[in-house]
Design a protein around this ligand. Structure first.
Ligand SMILES: NC(=O)c1ccc[n+]([C@@H]2O[C@H](COP(=O)([O-])OP(=O)(O)OC[C@H]3O[C@@H](n4cnc5c(N)ncnc54)[C@H](OP(=O)(O)O)[C@@H]3O)[C@@H](O)[C@H]2O)c1
Length: 245
């Protein structure tokens, strides 16, 4: 059975793909991303990796269901659906420090990539979640999306969109097992990880433990591999503990 990773061009997404290929050498990985040419060479050259163009901000462009479906059919189904795409900053968007910096456009873009993209992807692939075999649906979220843990403020668009992602996970954790079969749908906090997303904050992260993407991938893989139906609906820290919503 196959693993789908949205955001396979990212540091955490690509490291997770490597982890799955090592752990399950017979199973294909379907990698969704905007720019397949930016995916690490090692993955691009691997015949078990199927890259499918996908854009979280333009759901109308859609996912090539047929391309994904062909691989899933050949692999006799979907086992893991992992959402590792995310947006914190880019050329036109940067985390807000104060209210005056709030912008409708930034909020909308962050929601699109961090929350809407996940919901619509699960919607598109839901038929593949049907069946008696246990399946995992995991969204890479962030601790800063925890409402009760928010004591610092700031980062409005990112925090709000990750809190919305967490609610999407909770909602899906109610509906998916009822309609499709045994599933654990969870939100994961990967921990601070060296990547393009965290790079502008490297100085302020100096006092924090920063993981390499490969460490984060093995931490997340450990959690994903140990999931059972009893874990459905959890918000899980990379060390395996529960995070408050
Ligand atoms: N790094 C950390 O310290 C940290 C901490 C907490 C949570 N996280 C979460 O972990 C996840 C992965 O982050 P990362 O650290 O691996 O960052 P990254 O290396 O910057 O990867 C981000 C991924 O999101 C994709 N993406 C961004 N906008 C997109 C769009 N419009 N459509 C489709 N894909 C889009 C990127 O694709 P392109 O290659 O096309 O840009 C890339 O694959 C994110 O959800 C992030 O919020 C990270």
């Amino acid at each position: 059975m196959a693993t789908v990773i949205a955001g396979i061009s990212g540091a955490i997404g690509s490291a997770l793909a490597q982890q799955y290929l090592e752990a399950w050498p017979e199973q294909p990985v379907i990698g969704l991303c905007r720019h397949p040419e930016r995916v690490p060479e090692e993955l691009r050259q691997d015949s078990r990796v199927h890259l499918v163009p996908w854009q979280a901000e333009c759901p109308a462009d859609g996912l090539d269901d047929a391309a994904v479906g062909d691989v899933l059919s050949a692999a006799v189904g979907l086992q893991n659906l992992i959402y590792a795409a995310g947006l914190l900053h880019d050329d036109t968007l940067f985390p807000e420090k104060r209210l005056e910096q709030l912008s409708a456009e930034s909020l909308a873009r962050a929601f699109q990539v961090n929350c809407t993209g996940f919901g619509l992807l699960v919607q598109a692939l839901a038929p593949w979640l049907r069946g008696k075999q246990f399946k995992r649906v995991a969204a890479v979220s962030a601790k800063v999306g925890s409402i009760s843990d928010n004591h610092l403020g700031g980062w409005y668009a990112y925090r709000c969109s990750k809190a919305a992602l967490n609610m999407m996970v909770r909602n899906l954790s109610v509906e998916l097992p009822r309609r499709y079969g045994p599933i654990a749908c969870v939100a994961l906090h990967p921990g601070t990880t060296r990547s393009a997303l965290s790079e502008p904050f490297s100085q302020s992260l100096a006092n924090l433990k920063v993981h390499e993407a490969s460490e984060t991938a093995s931490n997340l893989y450990r959690i994903l591999a140990s999931l059972s139906e009893a874990d459905n609906g959890r918000f899980i820290h990379w060390d395996g503990s529960d995070l408050p919503w």
